[in-house]
Structures are given as structure tokens and as C-alpha cells.
Design a protein around this ligand. Structure first.
Ligand code: ARG
Length: 466
């Protein structure tokens, strides 16, 4: 016979179709440890309210602990007949305590219970997610440290733009992750509000103590409005946004790694442990980790959209629609905990092809801006300098040559500005080297290797605090 918490006023059983639609235990069972935690806190509050004797409290806590162990070991399992996690656990409690088990439900509804469980679950899992994010930051930072002075082609529009330190580029992926962690920490402040005590929607006539329960469960406060307490899923939607943003950051990093690992770029080689082969082409080494990170961002964004759509237009307070909050949340948590360690491993073990990066850094006339800025330092208006260097690029293309092979005579032919900039021991050609170009970008936030090291030191402090 199906276990239900609401049989009293019904004649006959529910239709199979209803039961199949309604049941959530197959996915909400993972809330069991949090439900049991909240139940212990609730039992203590009932005891303080004089609704459970000392002896009853002891037996209640004992049974809840026993049930928790039984859930952990798998000796207690939900059955298809249990509507949801709360129902299954009440069955477990009744099996252990008989009618005493029925006292725990006083002053409590599944509406405040499930909202509490979900907050507890998420706050706990966000801590794990943050740890995995810190690991990814650490992996990026140690590669960045090694390659602070490695020149690489810096790109805009996926076209060679200006040389950059490859470490600088790697750190450009650390900052977004650091902001993600910041966002999650900030999220936690708002999520740390306990709905327990709100009951179904109106609070309880029993002398409960929501603030004491909140404190016992590690929340910073109890909800100030019982109706909001059971209706609010902002914390869930906000978490899904933070996760979608992480997904987008992982996807952008993943996309770059896919490019870097291609024959055309050849910037990195992935470790065998983090790459995959082809079932038909024996030579293949594929960046599946990065591609899955990129692909799975789709479901992270989808999960956010899915919950927002459920919430839109819902009247207060609890509506059964809210049961649809869980699967997107669980899927997002699982996805992040799956993708992050793989991405960290991929980044930590990739070998950077330093020679290739450095030799291609000046490609595509990437030092053109340096030449124009040299003329600016000699007093030429940037507009004219830009024009002169533009002509030089065309000249090089027409004559099938590169900046590296230019002579001072070539320059003089292009523009008198170049001739004017050539003098005793100084030549415009001097700025046409990649390391000089990097070192000269030495203002705060620039790509000079010294600044990259400063940036690393600041990030280390931030990451240590995360
Ligand atoms: N399983 C429900 C949920 O996840 C909680 C039960 C509340 N059900 C109810 N009929 N009030 O939201």
C-alpha cells in the first residue's frame, strides 16, 4: 500500500496515473541526509516547546540517527510506494518508533521542510563546487607562472592582434572563475535563511522557535515571512545563474583549448590521460574534455531557464509546480562536479609548445602597433603613424616579406616619419621584437611578464582566501 502523508479525508486510493505523475522520491532521495538533519533540529524544538518528553526526545533522536545510518549504508531504501523523501523517511521513523514517530510532523509541513532541505543541500554542495573551482584556478595559475614570459599571439576576432604573455592569457581565465567564486560566496549570504517554522504557509500555533532551529542548522536567520519562506526559490534560481555563468566560462576556456590543441594552432599538447582517440582513425587525439565542458554549458543554461519558467507567474505560496525545482538543481550540481575536475586535470597536464608560441607571436604583423607607438613617442600624431605603418604592412605584403626582414632603407622609402625616427644608435627596427613589446606593456594590468608575476601574487592571495 502506497505510503502517503495525507490519507485521512480520501476515500479509495489515488489513480496510478496520479501516483506516477506525483512521485518525486526517485530524484529527491538525495535530500535525505538534510531532511534528517532538519528533523533532529525540529525534534529538539518540539521538546523545548513541551510537546515531546525528555524520554521521547531521546528515542526520537536515536531513531533519526539510526535511520540516517541505515540510509547511508543502504539498508533503508525508498520504495516506489513512497511519494517523496519526506514520506519515505517518515515510514522509516514509524518502523523504528511506532506511533511516537508520528509526533515529529507537528508544526511542520513538507512545504517548509523541502525548502529547508534544498537550501541545506545547496549550501553544502556549493562548498564542494568552490573547492573544485579553486583547483581549476590553481591549475591555470601554475601553468601561467611557468609561461609568464612566454610570448604568444594575442588575438581579437581570432586574428593575430598583438603579442601577449601566454601566462597573461591563462590568468585571463582565472579572473572569471574568481568572480564566480565571489558570486557563490555572496549567494550563500542570501541563501542562509531558514524556512523551517513557516509550516504550510502561515507559521504554527505551536510554540516553536524558528530562530533556534535556524541557528542549529547553520543558517544566519529564520525567514521573516512564512509565506515568502515557502514560496521563495530565488536562492535556487540564483544558484543556477551562478552555475550557468561558470558553465559559460568553462565553455570559453574549453573552446580555446580545442583551438590550441588543433594542428593549425599547435600551441599545446594534451596529456594522454585527458584526451581521447577515434574508433576508426588510429592517429587521432581528441579534446573531448574541453568539448564536453563547452557542450555541457548548454544544459547549465537550460536548467536556469527551466526554473525561471516554472517560477514565472506562480501565485503565492507553495504550489506543486515547485517540485520541478529539484531536477535542474541536481543536474547542475552533478554537471559541475563532473566537468570541473576533468578541466583541472586537462589544464594541469597540458604541455605548452613554447617554441611554437614564441615563433608565431609576431606573425600577422602583430608588432605594427609597437611601430606606430614608437612614432607617437617621436611626436608624430597617432593618426599619421597608423597610416604610415598601414602602408608599411601593404608594402611588406606586396613584396612578400615580413617586419623581421625590413631594413632602415625600406622604412625610409615608406614614410619620412620613419627616417626622422632613425638616428644615432636608435632605429625603429628596435621595437620590432616580441619580448620588448611584452616588456613595454608594463602599466597595471598589462601583459609585461613582471606585471603577470604581480598579478599572480595578488591572485594567489585571493585564491588562498577562497
Ligand atoms: N515533494 C514536494 C516538493 O518537492 C514537497 C511536498 C509538498 N507537497 C504538497 N502537496 N504540499 O515540492
Amino acid at each position: 500500500k502506497p505510503m502517503r502523508l495525507w490519507g485521512g479525508r480520501f476515500e479509495g486510493g489515488p489513480a496510478d496515473a496520479l501516483t506516477r505523475l506525483s512521485v518525486s522520491v526517485q530524484f529527491d532521495w538525495r535530500l535525505a541526509p538534510y531532511d534528517l538533519l532538519a528533523s533532529r533540529a525540529h525534534a529538539r524544538v518540539l521538546h523545548r516547546a513541551g510537546l515531546l518528553s525528555e524520554d521521547e526526545l531521546t528515542r526520537m533522536i536515536g531513531a533519526l540517527e539510526d535511520l540516517e545510518e541505515a540510509c547511508r549504508s543502504g539498508s533503508f531504501r525508498p520504495t516506489v510506494a513512497d511519494e517523496d523523501v519526506h514520506t519515505a523517511l517518515e515510514r522509516g521513523l514509524l518502523e523504528r518508533l511506532g506511533s511516537l514517530g508520528g509526533k515529529l510532523r507537528a508544526g511542520r509541513s513538507r512545504n517548509d521542510q523541502v525548502a529547508t532541505d534544498l537550501r541545506l543541500y545547496l549550501r553544502d554542495h556549493v562548498r564542494h563546487i568552490v573547492s573544485r573551482l579553486v583547483e581549476l584556478e590553481t591549475a591555470l595559475m601554475s601553468q601561467a607562472e611557468e609561461h609568464a614570459a612566454t610570448a604568444a599571439p594575442g588575438m581579437t576576432h581570432l586574428q593575430h592582434a598583438q603579442p601577449v604573455s601566454f601566462g597573461h592569457q591563462l590568468l585571463a581565465h582565472v579572473h572569471p572563475i574568481s568572480r564566480d567564486i565571489d558570486r557563490l560566496r555572496d549567494w550563500d549570504r542570501r541563501a542562509a535563511v531558514s524556512p523551517l517554522g513557516a509550516g504550510a504557509l502561515a507559521g504554527s500555533s505551536l510554540p516553536l522557535d524558528p530562530q533556534a532551529v535556524a541557528e542549529e542548522l547553520g543558517f544566519s536567520a529564520a525567514a521573516s515571512n512564512s509565506m515568502d519562506a515557502v514560496a521563495d526559490r530565488d536562492f535556487a534560481a540564483e544558484f543556477l545563474f551562478c552555475a550557468a555563468m561558470i558553465g559559460i566560462h568553462l565553455s570559453r576556456l574549453g573552446e580555446e583549448i580545442v583551438l590550441w590543441a588543433s594542428q593549425e594552432f599547435n600551441w599545446i599538447e594534451m596529456d594522454d590521460a585527458y584526451s581521447t582517440g577515434s574508433s576508426i582513425m588510429p592517429q587521432k587525439k581528441n579534446p573531448d574534455v574541453a568539448e564536453l565542458a563547452r557542450g555541457k554549458s548548454g544544459r547549465l543554461i537550460g536548467n536556469l531557464m527551466s526554473l525561471l519558467t516554472v517560477l514565472k507567474g506562480l501565485p503565492l505560496t507553495y504550489n506543486r509546480d515547485l517540485q520541478e525545482d529539484k531536477e535542474p538543481i541536481f543536474d547542475t550540481v552533478d554537471t559541475l562536479l563532473l566537468v570541473l575536475p576533468a578541466m583541472s586535470g586537462l589544464v594541469a597536464t597540458m604541455r605548452v609548445n613554447t617554441a611554437r608560441l614564441e615563433s608565431s607571436a609576431p606573425d600577422g604583423f602583430a608588432l605594427a602597433t609597437d611601430l606606430a607607438e614608437l612614432l607617437v613617442r617621436k611626436g608624430v600624431a597617432f593618426r599619421d603613424a597608423h597610416e604610415a605603418v598601414g602602408h608599411l604592412v601593404v608594402w611588406c605584403q606586396v613584396n612578400d616579406t615580413t617586419f623581421e626582414r625590413l631594413t632602415e632603407d625600406d622604412l625610409a622609402k615608406i614614410s619620412p616619419h620613419f627616417a626622422a625616427a632613425t638616428g644615432e644608435g636608435t632605429s625603429p627596427l628596435d621595437v620590432l621584437n616580441v619580448q620588448g613589446a611584452l616588456a613595454s606593456r608594463k602599466a597595471h594590468g598589462g601583459t609585461a611578464p613582471d606585471r603577470v608575476h604581480d598579478q599572480l601574487a595578488v591572485l594567489r592571495e585571493i585564491v588562498d582566501g577562497q
